[in-house]
Write a protein that binds this ligand. Structure first.
Ligand code: C2O
Ligand code: CU
Length: 475
């Protein structure tokens, strides 16, 4: 969820002057930001766009001199950006060239459970897998990452992740900065540890949330800068860390125009000086620049203390505007968002996240935690019952937040992942449209990847009509 806060800059200044543990001001910004390449694709006779992804090891320079062993898709670290149009058929051929099983999950995508890439469908070492579906949702910044049983944290940490952009080509979307890598920039933010120059998986902060790093990579680039040639630049922020929460701000406190959340554009730009993203969440922001200036994207203290390893404030990305920049303006409206109505809810459910359990249960591949009837709307009340931060992610659907501790959010937006602050309760609403399959479960879980691996996950099955029974099968 987005924390709306004008005090971010003051807090950063306080940390700098009080000797708090942070890295702001220490990064050199001397490397050009890497832009993940757009994935190559072919188009089948029936119009299906076909992609190939090979997960495998490689060697990367992550800023510590010698190269270090990493994992990536079609390369040494991260993966290419997949891009498809709304209503387009897509097919992805996935090859596992790792030394352990993996899956690829299409985070935020509305699609049949069979091709969702969850833990029921592992791709064995050396194996291949094919996922095909029709894109049927608004323009959005989605992503893909592994989702095997027990191994997700380490696989994502080593570098397996990438973006999946959906385009709709509506007029207002065209009015936003939309030239990939030029004024429309993927910003994949991750924290890492290094030991003797090598990427380290040590859990040295004992934070209860798994691995936390003290260095930031953006698209795999340490200390990155970006040359900008337009007065507006769109940053597609993705928190692809394993545990860390970021409060993104600009170094001089200037407002960012929030234009999109996980599942698509907002109805209108929303000016804010701070955007909070927990693991798996995305935000699209547009930043305005004057000719010749430099300004940094940073993170400000979250107040989450030891759950962030005591390190909160990081330099992220320096924007360098050219002397001559093309003037652009932001459209006043972006899209319209259907208002889901809680009085239409066919079912209400309550889920409490506590320890590593959801409603006192850990993941069981044979237990179905919720049976949902296709094309119905449900209201879920999701609470964090204790002091450790968690996050709530649900597969297949995009939801709207109805309330946070009883208070309504300031604007409507599509979300698939929600930060669960300690001891807060959230009400969300979603429509489970289109795909019923009694034999295959979708997941909902904590997106802190250590927690997910330790079983903080449940399963739901969508059935055709009320009374139908699920009958899930593996493989
Ligand atoms: Cu981003 Cu179930 O995952
Ligand atoms: Cu958790």
């Amino acid at each position: 969820l987005l924390l709306l806060c004008g005090g971010g800059v003051a807090a950063v200044t306080w940390l700098l002057t009080s000797g708090g543990v942070d890295t702001v001001g220490k990064v050199a910004f001397d490397r050009p930001l890497k832009i993940p390449p757009l994935a190559e694709s072919t188009v089948d006779a029936d119009g299906t766009r076909v992609f190939d992804l090979t997960a495998g090891p490689g060697d990367s320079d992550l800023g510590h001199g010698a190269s270090t062993r990493t994992w990536g898709y079609n390369g040494a670290y991260l993966g290419p950006t997949l891009r498809a149009q709304k209503s387009q058929k897509v097919k992805v051929n996935v090859h596992n060239r790792l030394n352990e099983p993996t899956t690829v999950h299409w985070h935020g995508m509305h699609l049949p459970a069979k091709v969702d890439g969850g833990p029921h469908h592992p791709i064995p070492v050396g194996g291949d897998y094919q996922a095909a579906w029709t894109v049927d949702q608004p323009a959005a910044t989605l992503w893909y990452h592994p989702h095997p049983s027990d191994l997700t944290e380490r696989q994502v940490y080593r570098g397996l992740a990438g973006m999946f952009l959906i385009d709709e080509n509506e007029e207002n979307e065209e009015d936003l900065p939309h030239e990939y890598g030029v004024d429309d920039i993927p910003v994949i933010v991750q924290d890492k540890n290094f030991d003797g120059g090598q990427l380290s998986m040590s859990d040295r902060f004992l934070s209860d949330v798994g691995i936390l790093g003290d260095e930031i990579l953006v698209n795999g680039t340490p200390g990155p800068f970006l040359d900008v040639r337009t007065s507006l630049v769109r940053l597609r922020l993705l928190n692809a860390s394993t545990a860390r929460v970021y409060d993104f701000t600009m170094s001089d406190g200037r407002p960012m125009q929030l234009v999109g959340t996980d599942g698509g554009l907002l109805e209108a730009p929303y000016a804010t000086s701070s955007v909070r993203l927990s693991v798996g969440e995305r935000a699209e922001v547009v930043v305005a620049l004057r000719p010749g200036e430099r300004v940094e994207l940073r993170t400000a203290p979250t107040g989450l203390g030891r759950f962030q390893g005591g390190r909160d404030a990081f330099d992220v990305l320096q924007l360098r505007a050219g002397g001559q920049i093309t003037q652009k303006t932001l459209p006043p409206t972006l899209t319209s968002i259907e208002k889901l109505d809680p009085s239409q809810a066919a079912q209400r459910r309550t889920f409490t996240f506590q320890g590593r359990e959801i409603n006192d249960d850990r993941m069981d591949m044979d237990r179905v935690d919720a049976v949902v009837v296709k094309d119905t709307v449900e209201v879920w009340s999701v609470a964090n019952g204790h002091g450790t931060p968690h996050s709530f992610h649900i597969h297949d659907v995009q939801f709207q937040v109805l309330s946070v501790d009883g208070r309504k959010p300031e604007f409507r937006s599509w979300k698939d992942t929600l930060f669960l602050e300690p001891r807060k309760r959230y009400e969300i609403i979603a429509r489970f449209a289109d795909y019923a399959d009694p034999t295959t479960a979708y997941m909902f879980h904590c997106h802190v990847l250590r927690h997910e691996d330790e079983g903080m996950m449940g399963q739901f099955v969508v059935v055709e009509k009320a009374g139908d029974k699920p009958n899930i099968r593996h493989g």
